[in-house]
Design a protein around this ligand. Sequence first.
Ligand SMILES: Cc1ncc(COP(=O)(O)O)c(C=O)c1O
Length: 389
Amino acid sequence: MKIESRLAQIGSIEEPVTGAVSFPVYQATAFRHPKLGQSTGFDYARTKSPTRKVLEDAIAGLESGDAGFACSSGMAALQTIFAYFSQGDHLIVSLDLYGGTYRLLERIMSRFGVTATYVDTNDLDALEGAYQANTKGLVIETPTNPLMMITDLELVCTWARKKGIVSIVDNTLLTPYLQRPIELGADIVIHSATKYLGGHNDVLAGLIVTKGKELSEQMAILHNSIGAVLGPQDSWLLMRGMKTLALRMERHEQNATAIANFLLEHPLISNVYYPALESHPGHAIQNKQSSGNTGIFSFKVNDARLVEPILRHIKLIAFAESLGGVESLMTYPAVQTHADIPLEIRQQIGVDDRLLRFSVGIEHVDDIIGDLSNALQAAQAELEGASQS
Ligand SMILES: Cc1ncc(COP(=O)(O)O)c(C=O)c1O
């Protein structure tokens, strides 16, 4: 079955008693045992829960993996994955990445003796240079958040396999509708399902998909032992969002492409970072390994003083700290999502005070461009007024 159909049908055939096409919310933590030594397959909700299981099976199938695990947030999913590693292990991690992942590695995992080196994961020489005898994992975001750097997954996951290290791909920005890292050689996929999978800015969730028996068994132990699992209501809400993923991603991409092209021509904008643009350095790799583009991109204004008035003047577009929902949101990474990344690293990669991240929603493109255009114009007028006075 095609992925659009599989998405729309999540949970629709699993309920054998009533035939409910929307899988019910099983709000139970304990499950009656038929007799000693027997189980219905469900014992205690942290280990396995019916509504969560439908979601977990769905994401495992969509990502072409063997097992799925639903967590209480994307960070909970990352923590569960990082707990696979032991004291003394070393990870190679994308240089540009979500600030919370960096914070988890540097503030928490480092205290447990797991260290990380940050490199451009598309650069095989940099990967070789970062590799150590104790390197056990490779953590890739592609596209990265917020600079949209692209990694050739097939190339790099093959490199990791040869070295015997586990490759972990954060697929939050593209979702399995557009990119399936396990098919390209990754061992583990992680999602902040809070973003495109949920899609409506109303559920916080994380998903993990593993490939292979050993990893899947280990992840089941970690998921159950750490216990940062997703509740039944949120599992249901997430599945409901995922049913429309294909339609939403198509509109997100259409809108984002039109707006990125609008900004490319705008005199107040100096850079647009969006892999759908031919000028983007990762454009060809992105086209090779995915069937489309995400709805988020970043851009730089040519004067940092424009940022504050732009964020004040946008009306339809919300100044808010997330991405991937139907509503357009704009974020200022340097002070919001990426504030925990040290200034020198941010400066090295270009997450500076002129960079704005735009999660383009599914509103009519003319309305979004109109709002942005007005805000840019108003910001420029304020700046000119200030320099004249
Ligand atoms: C790429 C990426 N990974 C992981 C996370 C963390 O997910 P959550 O906010 O659901 O904990 C985020 C959050 O913004 C993200 O953008």
